[in-house]
Design a protein around this ligand. Structure first.
Ligand SMILES: Nc1nc2c(c(=O)[nH]1)N[C@H]1C(S)=C(S)[C@@H](COP(=O)(O)O)O[C@H]1N2
Ligand SMILES: [Mo]
Length: 241
């Protein structure tokens, strides 16, 4: 299994992107092939800097095999309804008090602002973006999650899912997020609301989010049943199954 099998992962630059690349290359960034002809615009300077840094949890800032890019790269997927007025989030499953939120309801809950790094399995990392949203831990508390729950299934448009262990899904930096760097998400990045699980590979951060489901038995998600690692820890390079 290889990301090249996935049409949404076609990273070959179109002509105008190639011109853009030449400009950026002159400005000190470089394009490298990561994984057989897939091109990313990466910054060697930012990569070098990040490699010298350590996180507060003691892990290196940059997981092994990653290079830093300077702007979030759209990675495809089948978009859902991006309008805030259509947004509904079901919080359900192994809970005593299931509930549903619309966009206004989400904004009424206590908001968390944080800076996070995200790491794509194809080899790029984006560092230090600002996100605003509601902690999954807060949703879990509000729904009165049962003691039998072990995993969280992030549910998205058209049946996309991502499974995360309960303890990791309720970490302080895991959000249901509606803003990045002060702006709402663009449609291609999951508008109006996406999951954010920064310490696992980025496929666990479901775009066009529709539900948070607590389950007692694990249910491998969209990529997890297509050859990708069920856990997806970037520091352990848990890329494939
Ligand atoms: N609903 C949905 N969410 C998704 C995906 C998808 O195909 N559908 N792709 C995942 C993958 S593989 C990655 S790397 C990130 C990419 O997010 P971005 O396009 O905003 O960079 O979204 C993740 N979330
Ligand atoms: Mo991805």
């Amino acid at each position: 299994m290889d990301f090249r099998d996935d049409p949404s992962m076609d990273m070959r630059p179109r002509l105008w992107e190639r011109r853009e690349f030449i400009k950026k290359a002159v400005a000190g960034t470089a394009v490298v092939a990561i994984g057989g002809g897939i091109y990313h615009i990466v910054s060697d300077d930012l990569t070098r800097q990040a490699r010298a840094q350590t996180r507060s949890d003691g892990r290196p800032r940059l997981p092994p095999g990653q290079r830093v890019i300077s702007k979030l790269k759209p990675m495809g997927g089948r978009p859902g309804d991006a309008r805030a007025k259509s947004f509904r989030l079901r919080v359900h499953g192994e809970v005593r008090k299931p509930f549903e939120l619309d966009y206004a309801g989400l904004l009424e809950l206590p908001q968390t602002e944080l800076n996070a790094d995200v790491h794509c399995v194809t080899g790029w990392s984006l560092l230090g973006s600002a996100f605003i949203g509601v902690k999954v831990a807060l949703l879990a508390e509000k729904a009165a999650v049962k003691s039998t729950a072990r995993h969280v299934i992030f549910e998205a448009a058209h049946g996309y899912t991502a499974n995360v262990r309960l303890g990791e899904a309720t970490a302080a930096n895991v959000l249901v997020t509606h803003r990045m760097d002060g702006r709402p998400f663009a449609k291609k990045h999951g508008a109006p609301v996406r999951g954010l699980v920064p310490d696992l590979y980025f496929w666990k951060s479901a775009k066009w989010l529709t539900g948070i489901r607590f389950v007692s038995r694990d249910q491998p998600g969209y990529w997890e049943v297509r050859g990708y690692n069920n856990h997806a820890d970037p520091w352990l390079e848990e890329r494939y199954a």
